[in-house]
Design a protein around this ligand. Structure first.
Ligand code: SF4
Ligand code: SF4
Length: 418
């Protein structure tokens, strides 16, 4: 195994909302100067252009360029996120994937894992998201894009692939993200196709869902056939915080959905319910009550908190929603430290709190950009107007911290729009 080798370009495919393929979810298409790396986004082929998934890995010329560089020990420019992380921490997605999947070469290529989105259909319009991943964002974006050019204004996209059992003869792990997969018409067909391979006892599923759909028995029954199923529930706040951030969600349904999955976990040992919040400026003041609710609900249904996976997304882009310009970061880090030390959490929850604390401690007060905070206030006010929401009512602790800015600045949109 060379110093730059990664098993993913030999054994994994990331299939995006429009069906185009990438080496993995971390691969970067442009370098720091905005110039294309080994794989330009516009040249990413569609999965449907190839006979099987193995054919993508074997026949796609972009994959071959990356594979050849890795086998020769050369650095791959699009993989620099992993190299940077390794320099800082000694490990990365590359090193952990190599541990899991091992050594391949051009003769032993075979698809072991895929990450797939069926398309960008989603019933929610979370503040931390956009139309690239959610069709429910489109109408708001059309009104906002002139003043907030980072918004993509993407139309409905579909991965459009006629999945066949032969695609999955060696696949062991499938990660399904969104849009909202559980509401996509292709999702059940996809599960049925996997079940017809007669290989489900060798396939692990990881499903990311927005917890807005109480699972029906026919779905749970299908999932019970797989080796392991991890259900990652994307929930960012308790009660009105969740409804504000994850717009169009209903807290009563969110809770009932979590409870239904916990009951499925009790009934089927292969199903594990996992926690997957996104931490942004919107919920940084509400982390404790979210974690308390998550744990208390588990205790109520299961009588204990068994170990389960926790993944998190610390929002970086757009910067206006990230915690990197949060002026109370050190005080907030101290509060979370105290919260962590006064409770006995399972290790994965403790890791989540530690990562949030670390991100807060890394905020460099001298580089806080006041124009970004102003933009956050304007964006929040504009979305509040379009969505008939009110940050003061839903996120009072955050409002209080920025009251001077909320009082001083209006949104950029013309109020007539409302
Ligand atoms: S080295 Fe990192 S970015 Fe490159 S393919 Fe592997 S995991 Fe993805
Ligand atoms: S549920 Fe997921 S895909 Fe849908 S809007 Fe929220 S973050 Fe985006």
């Amino acid at each position: 195994m060379t110093k730059t080798y990664c098993s993913l370009p030999f054994s994994h495919l990331y299939i995006t909302t429009d069906g185009s393929v990438q080496p993995c979810c971390r691969f970067r298409f442009t370098n720091e100067e905005g110039i294309d790396t080994e794989w330009s986004k516009s040249e990413a082929p569609k999965v449907a252009e190839f006979k099987t998934l193995d054919n993508v890995l074997k026949d796609n010329p972009r994959h071959k360029i990356i594979q050849d560089k890795m086998l020769a020990g050369e650095k791959v420019e699009g993989c620099r996120s992993c190299y940077i992380e390794e320099e800082k921490t000694g490990s990365s997605m590359r090193t952990s994937e190599n541990e899991q999947w091992g050594d391949f070469n051009r003769d032993t290529i075979s698809t072991k894992s895929i990450e797939i989105t069926f398309g960008n259909y989603c019933n929610l319009a979370c503040r931390i998201c956009c139309s690239e991943l959610s069709t429910s964002w489109l109408e708001d974006e059309k009104k906002l894009v002139k003043d907030y050019p980072f918004l993509p204004v993407s139309k409905r996209k579909n991965a459009d692939k006629d999945w066949k059992t032969e695609d999955f003869s060696t696949v062991k792990q499938i990660k399904i993200t969104g849009g909202e997969p559980l509401l996509h018409p292709d999702f059940t067909k996809f599960l049925d196709m996997l079940i017809s391979t007669d290989r489900t006892d060798d396939i692990n599923l990881m499903i990311y869902t927005n917890s807005s759909t109480i699972p029906k028995s026919h779905l749970i029954e299908r999932l019970s056939k797989f080796k392991n199923v991890k259900l990652y529930l994307s929930i960012d706040g308790f009660g009105k915080v969740q409804e504000y951030i994850r717009h169009k969600s209903n807290w009563d349904i969110t809770e009932k959905t979590y409870e239904a999955w916990l009951n499925a976990e009790l009934e089927y040992p292969n199903i594990v319910v996992c926690f997957s919040p996104t931490i942004s400026l919107f919920n940084i003041m509400y982390v404790e009550e979210l974690i308390d609710w998550w744990i208390e609900t588990r205790m109520r249904i299961h009588g204990e908190v068994k170990p389960h996976a926790v993944t998190y997304n610390i929002m970086n882009n757009p910067r206006l929603m990230s915690i990197h310009d949060f002026h109370k970061s050190k005080e907030r880090a101290d509060e979370l430290e105290e919260y962590k030390n006064s409770n006995d959490f399972i290790p994965n929850i403790e890791d989540l709190i530690n990562v949030v604390i670390e991100n807060l401690r890394n905020v460099d007060d001298s580089s806080i950009d006041n124009s970004v905070r102003k933009e956050f206030v304007q964006y929040t006010k504009d979305l509040d107007m379009l969505r008939k929401q009110d940050v003061k009512h839903s996120l009072p602790k955050l409002y209080e911290l920025y009251e001077d800015l909320f009082t001083k600045y209006e949104g950029k949109l013309d109020k007539v729009l409302s």
